[in-house]
Ligand binder design. Structure first.
Ligand SMILES: [Zn+2]
Length: 265
């Protein structure tokens, strides 16, 4: 819908087309109908793909790729729902990261930069909501004064791997800009049109990058549940091959990712 002919680019003899991030598409989902204040919060999520033209020399394993998948979601809510929604995102983040074995985080709250959109009042309210959400959760955090995006304050989270290295992972950002630019609204209790708050959030961030971090964290020795191969059956001599195949089939039938180690016997 926003794509115009001039957004095409010729790179390495191939024609590419610029496309927006996932956010505007979620706004289109929101705009399909008129919303009442009673419907909030409205949450839209997808595993959305993002592409960047990274120079070939800067590509690096799973950490820096040209196409990646983000666990992207947008929450449309009322001003007084910001804190509750942020707490929900922080809870979900903790739950998911703990499942993957990450229990050390570095959390920062970034506040209003010099250039910004939105009123002082809304910045103040949103920043207090983010701060209270972190405090209610009992999370330690640092304040990055003036480090917010021009469109709103945010919370960023870095995870620490087994070697103590830190990786940027989850982000939750309040946005006062896109609701205004895309002119989205809802009908409040006085039947008046008002603008909702938009929150962008990603928990794992880039899935490719997250799996890169996981491989580093576990040095390839994954916990059983995420191991690509969960069981290997090794015949000691050729005579057991037939039986081992049966064992592999039995394991597979129970949903276990198993394989026969051939060439060892
Ligand atoms: Zn977004």
């Amino acid at each position: 819908m926003w794509i115009r002919h001039c957004d095409q680019m010729n790179i390495e003899d191939k024609l590419y087309q610029l496309r927006p991030m996932n956010c505007p598409y979620h706004i289109l989902v929101y705009k399909r109908k008129l919303h009442s204040y009673r419907e909030f919060p409205i949450r839209v999520a997808e595993l959305g793909t993002i592409y960047r033209y990274e120079l070939s020399g800067t590509l690096h394993g799973l950490f820096r790729v040209r196409g990646f998948t983000q666990d992207d979601a947008h929450i449309f809510c009322l001003e007084d729902q910001i804190k509750g929604e942020i707490r929900g995102v922080l809870d979900l983040t903790e739950e998911i990261l703990l499942q993957f074995g990450f229990n050390k985080y570095e959390v920062s709250l970034s506040t209003r930069p010099e250039k910004f959109v939105g009123t002082d009042d809304i910045w103040e309210k949103a920043t207090i909501a983010l701060r209270e959400a972190l405090e209610d959760e009992g999370w330690d955090y640092q304040i990055d004064e003036g480090g917010g995006a021009f469109y709103g304050p945010k919370i960023d989270l870095k995870i620490e791997d087994a070697l103590g290295r830190k990786w940027q992972c989850s982000t939750v950002q309040v946005d006062f800009n896109l609701p205004q630019r895309f002119d989205i609204s809802y009908v409040d209790s006085n039947s008046e049109r008002r603008q909702p708050i938009m929150i962008h959030r990603a928990i794992l961030g880039s899935l490719e990058r997250f799996f890169g971090v996981l491989i580093e964290h576990y040095a390839g020795d994954f916990p059983l549940w995420i191991s690509p191969i969960q069981a290997r059956v090794l015949p000691v001599t050729d005579t057991e091959v037939k039986y081992c195949k049966e064992v592999v089939l039995k394991l597979k039938s129970k949903g276990i990712r198993a394989e026969l180690c051939q060439g060892i016997a």
